[in-house]
Ligand binder design. Structure first.
Ligand SMILES: [Zn+2]
Length: 226
């Protein structure tokens, strides 16, 4: 929602006018909100902060924007970029119990990567998601091929995907996630148009397909009672 407010330019005490899009999600409780505006300040010629109140969790937060004047002498400013909303509280991703039982390390590492991402440590988050993916795929491969546990643990991820994952949806998603994940670990990025958010979406889809297989296996283990 677009909003216009008047605020003090801290550099010279002039009043200026800022037009910006209000945040749609509270950084603390993660609810979809219409924040209550409390105050704003122009901190430097091109950064402004807006101080808001969330009616869902009754907390206050600050959003920092990159701004620019509509023209060089104008007192009217537009936002060019949202820099951050703080405090950005981390909320754990809750996986299905079947996934946690299959790979407790996946659950742990994925959520550590998510915590890093919530703290704007995006370079570290990418590495974390790549590691989480490896545990998920290998633990699933071990679940499907328990006799080959040692060889699965020792093989590189790409080889495990090729040798042990038979579900085509999972193979496609895991291979592509690994490509992006390898970029996160290396100096040169090969998948320039893909990033951590794509890898996360692919991992979520893998979790879904593995979950469906585990449920199906559970159903298949039933025997008819006479
Ligand atoms: Zn809130």
């Amino acid at each position: 929602m677009e909003k216009s407010v008047s605020l003090i330019n801290n550099l010279n005490s002039d009043t200026i006018h800022l037009t910006y899009d209000t945040v749609e999600q509270c950084p603390i409780c993660k609810a979809k909100i219409r924040p209550v505006y409390l105050a704003a300040s122009l901190n430097t010629p091109d950064t402004a902060s807006v101080f808001d109140y969330c009616q869902n969790c009754n907390e206050t937060f600050i959003t920092q924007y990159k701004v620019q004047r509509k023209d060089p002498r104008s007192s009217y400013y537009n936002v060019t970029e949202v820099v951050y909303s703080e405090p950005n509280r981390f909320s754990k991703h809750i996986f299905d119990e079947r996934i946690i039982n299959l790979s407790p390390q996946f659950d742990k590492i994925y959520n550590q990567a998510l915590a890093a991402e919530s703290s704007m440590l995006d370079e570290i988050a990418g590495l974390g998601y790549r590691k989480a993916l490896e545990f998920l795929i290998k633990d699933f491969a071990i679940h499907e091929h328990p006799d080959e546990e040692e060889s699965i643990k020792a093989k590189p991820l790409a080889k495990c995907i090729k040798s042990y994952i038979t579900n085509e949806n999972i193979t496609t998603l895991a291979e592509r996630s690994a490509w992006i994940g390898n970029d996160e670990a290396h100096y040169i990025r090969k998948q320039e148009d893909r990033d951590v958010s794509d890898m996360k979406a692919f991992i979520q889809a893998i979790v879904y397909f593995i979950g469906m297989i585990l449920i199906t296996e559970d159903a298949a283990s039933m025997t008819q009672k006479k």
